[in-house]
Structure formats: C-alpha cells, structure tokens
Design a protein around this ligand. Structure first.
Ligand code: SF4
Length: 483
C-alpha cells in the first residue's frame, strides 16, 4: 500500500477505528478492500450500521462512491441535529471525468444540504484530514464528510509523507451516544446546531486554510487540484489559498484574499462549488478552465488569460462513437443471448446499473436511471414493458421496486440477471435472494443461461402477453470468473 491509501490506512489505525463498511463502486473499491471493510447491501444500511457502532462507542467509517451519497442522505441529514457517539466519518469518492460512473457528481454540495462539515483534502494531506475528521466528529457529536476525488485516491506518490500524529482528544476512550439531546425539541436541536455547532465549525475551517502570498494574482485551489496549483503558483508568482474545508468555507480568509488580489482564479473539481459563491473571479463559469479534470497546463493557460473576463466558447460534446467503451460485454458472457433477444423486442425496456449498462450500445435496453431503478421505472410504463436488473442491484435497492410492483398490481416483466456477483465492481459476492423472490412470486420462472436466443425471446413474449407482474430469473456464471 502506498501514497493515498497508505495515509488513510495509517490514520484509521492510529485513530482506532473499529468499524469500516462500504458499498463497492469506482473509485473507492480498492481502498475499501485494502482496509478489509465490510460490504453492505447499500449505502443507507452501511451508514446506519456505522451510526449504531458510533452510538455504542466504536469509531466508524463508511466508504461510498459519489452516487452512494444520494442513498445514505436520509439518515445523514437527520444525524446532524440528532447527534452521534464515537467519531463517525463518511468517506466519499467523486469520479472525475467521469470514468467509471454514469455522471460526474460533486459531493461537496452535501455540506450545505446536511449542514455537516466537508473536508476536501489533496493526497499529501490525507492523514491529517482523516484524523481531523474524527476529531471534529467527536468534538461536535456529528458525522463528518471526507470528500476525495478519484485523482486523490489514485495518487501513489511516495512523497505523500505523514507529518502529524493523532490529536490528543482521540487518544481518549470514545464516548457513547448521549440521550440528553432529547431534552430539546426538533426545533431546539436545530437551534443548537445553528447557534453553536456551525459557528464553531467556521472557526475550525478558518484555522485550517493555507495561504501563500506572492503577487497581485491569486489562485483558490481545492482538493486534488492543490498540488498542481502549488507548482503553477510558484512558477508564475501567483498567490495560493487552499482550504481544507469545503463546508463551511473559510469566508473571512477568502474575502481578505479577494481584497488583496486584482485577479483570482478558482480551480476545483468537478463542479463550481466555490466559484459559484464568488463574484468577479475566473474559473469554469468564465470558460478559463475546462469541465472534468483540471491539468497543470489548464491552470497555466487560465492564468495567462486571467485578464480576459470571459472565455466561454462553444463546447464540443463527447460522443459515444468518439470514445471507446471503458468496458464491454465479455466474450462468451452467458447473458448475451438475453441481450440479443431484448434488442429484437419492441416494448420499452429499463436497464439498471451493472453489466446491463454494457448492453446499451447494442440496443438491448432503452434507459438506465441508476442502480436498483429499473423495476420502478418499468412499472411506470404506459404498456407492459421490461425491467432488467442484476442480482446485486436488486438487493441494493431494486427489491423495493419489485415489492411495490406486486403490491400495486403493476403490469411489468422483471428479468433478473442472476450471477451472484457484483461483476462491474470487482466480483464481490452477492447475497442469495432466491428464497425471498420465491416467497414474493411463487410462480417465477428460472432460465439457466446460456439458453438459445429464440427460446428466451419466446419466454419474454409469453410473459409480456400475461397481465400483472412477471418474474424471470436468468441464472448463469460469469465467464471470466468462477463464482
Ligand atoms: S462480467 Fe459476467 S455478466 Fe458481466 S458481461 Fe462479463 S460475463 Fe457477462
């Protein structure tokens, strides 16, 4: 283990974290697996387990991909004023590009939404960021969000040295949840959070920002952009402001920095979280920096053109044809005959995240709204259509769509790709839901794959003719992995 992963590992060891849960996905799978984290069925359950661990005095960490934040948002929002016990941190990996996700999402926006602190470190600062996150969590009895990007996690630089130890407060036995918070009403708990916690966090944020003053031009850099901004600022004689906290931002320091500099460039990723709060600065919104990942040369160019107020031009949009697929369906995939049969059937077909997404380019499915979404989406079709879902996506959140379809007597055909692994994220074993499905739908059909294409097409057509919910399990083993 080197660089970023090593720093996180050592910080968690030094802090004495006793519970680590994760849900696989790019870019956090390698980190979670190298830490020996426990896999959870979905991010909400992972976070709820961590809340329970925290309540009983166990420091805990939840590791999720960016979209996973949307799944755990409900208990996360509540936990801000509910309060917690031992330190609890949500480490979220944002996918710059995006490379392995359906969208590029900026998890820093969960700061203002949840009113919980968000740390946004560069790779060399990870050890400090992890220990700081646990310190703040225990001081204010709240979960802390530690946002890292794919670039930060993939930094294997040996220069990423660890300079600091663990804060003294973390050397004490962690506390348990204190139920005296219930002396306050919901309104009172929020008043406490707004009057005491958030102002204190603003001071913490001000104390951790780094400022290097050089010239009359300045760069505000965040997260993975910081190390390259340091180099470019030195080369060009520009000042640098690098906050550790994205929420709350160190507003007093930022305002002073803006007053002291004639022109300021904001370099962050993937969104415009900081820039969109500021007036008269340059960045992505003014066309000085590109969307997606920022490179050192982008910064140099932006600084050389910083005197021009608006560089926005037309954007050439990336097409599927111009970029080779990162992954395609494996040769000999047992589910290929199903995808071929689907591509010939003329009803709307909702796919799901997972291997099904690979079949988009061959026209097997029409839409993919995210992990576990297909059954719900297909339940809304005007006529009986098809939902294709992997067994991992079904366990993650798709099963609620199935329960809803049965309960509300929807008209939908559900095809489950049953390979007992989360194939797209590293072949993690999937909980066997077969008995649960039989209990829900005793008349479900099982088809062993690979089956002949025409046979599958006939089964699909037969099921589409019947009214109500149909469930077909397509059971097979991945070709490149024995499961
Ligand atoms: S990983 Fe498995 S299910 Fe996915 S395409 Fe390859 S063989 Fe098919």
């Amino acid at each position: 283990m080197r660089g970023a992963l090593e720093q996180i590992y050592k910080a968690l060891r030094d802090v004495g974290v006793g519970y680590v849960a994760y849900v696989p996905g790019y870019p956090i799978t390698d980190l979670a697996q190298s830490l020996g984290a426990e896999i959870a069925v979905n991010e909400k359950v992972a976070f709820e387990c961590a809340l329970g661990a925290s309540a009983t005095g166990i420091r805990s960490l939840v590791i999720v991909k960016q979209l996973g934040m949307n799944i755990l948002a409900d208990p996360l929002v509540i936990s801000a004023t509910h309060t917690t016990g031992a330190g609890i941190v949500v480490l979220v990996g944002d996918d710059l590009g995006p490379r392995g996700s359906q969208i590029e999402m900026d998890s820093r926006f969960y700061g203002p939404l949840t009113e919980l602190p968000v740390l946004d470190p560069a790779a060399p600062g990870l050890y400090r960021a992890v220990t700081e996150a646990f310190r703040v969590s225990e001081e204010y009895f709240i979960p802390v969000i530690l946002r890292v990007t794919s670039d930060v996690l993939e930094d294997a630089s040996t220069e990423a040295v660890i300079r600091e130890g663990v804060p003294a407060s973390l050397q004490q036995t962690p506390r348990r949840f204190d139920r005296s918070i219930w002396d306050l009403t919901a309104k009172g708990r929020r008043q406490r959070h707004l009057a005491k916690v958030l102002p204190a966090l603003s001071e913490v944020s001000e104390a951790s920002v780094r400022v290097e003053l050089r010239g009359d031009r300045g760069v505000i850099a965040a997260g993975s952009v910081i190390p390259m901004a340091e180099r470019v600022c030195e080369e060009t004689g520009s000042s640098l402001l690098a906050p550790l906290y994205s929420y709350p931002l160190p507003w007093k320091t930022i305002e002073r920095f803006l007053e002291m500099h004639r022109l300021v460039l904001v370099a962050e990723g993937p969104g415009t979280f900081i820039e969109s709060h500021l007036k008269d600065v340059r960045g992505r919104l003014t066309g000085h920096l590109p969307y997606g990942r920022v490179k050192a040369n982008d910064l140099r160019t932006a600084l050389s053109l910083i005197h021009i107020s608006d560089l926005r031009g037309s954007i050439e949009m990336e097409t599927a044809a111009s970029r080779p697929a990162r992954r395609s369906i494996c040769e000999g995939c047992p589910f290929l005959p199903l995808y071929k049969a689907l591509s010939r059937i003329d009803v709307p077909i909702a796919g799901d995240a997972g291997c099904t997404i690979l079949s988009l380019r061959m026209g097997a499915v029409d839409m993919v709204y995210g992990l576990g979404s297909s059954i719900g989406v297909a339940s809304g079709f005007r006529e009986k259509g098809i939902a294709i879902v992997g067994d991992y996506a079904l366990a993650h959140t798709g099963i609620q769509g199935l329960i809803n379809a049965i309960w509300s007597r929807k008209n939908v055909l559900v095809g489950v790709i049953w390979n007992r692994v989360a194939a797209m994220t590293g072949f993690q074993e999937v909980f066997d839901l077969e008995h649960v499905l039989k209990a829900l739908m005793p008349e479900m059909r099982i088809v062993d794959m690979p089956a002949p294409e025409q046979e599958i097409e006939q089964i699909l057509k037969d099921e589409l003719r019947s009214h109500g919910v149909s469930l077909v399990l397509f059971r097979g083993r991945c070709t490149d992995r024995s499961t």
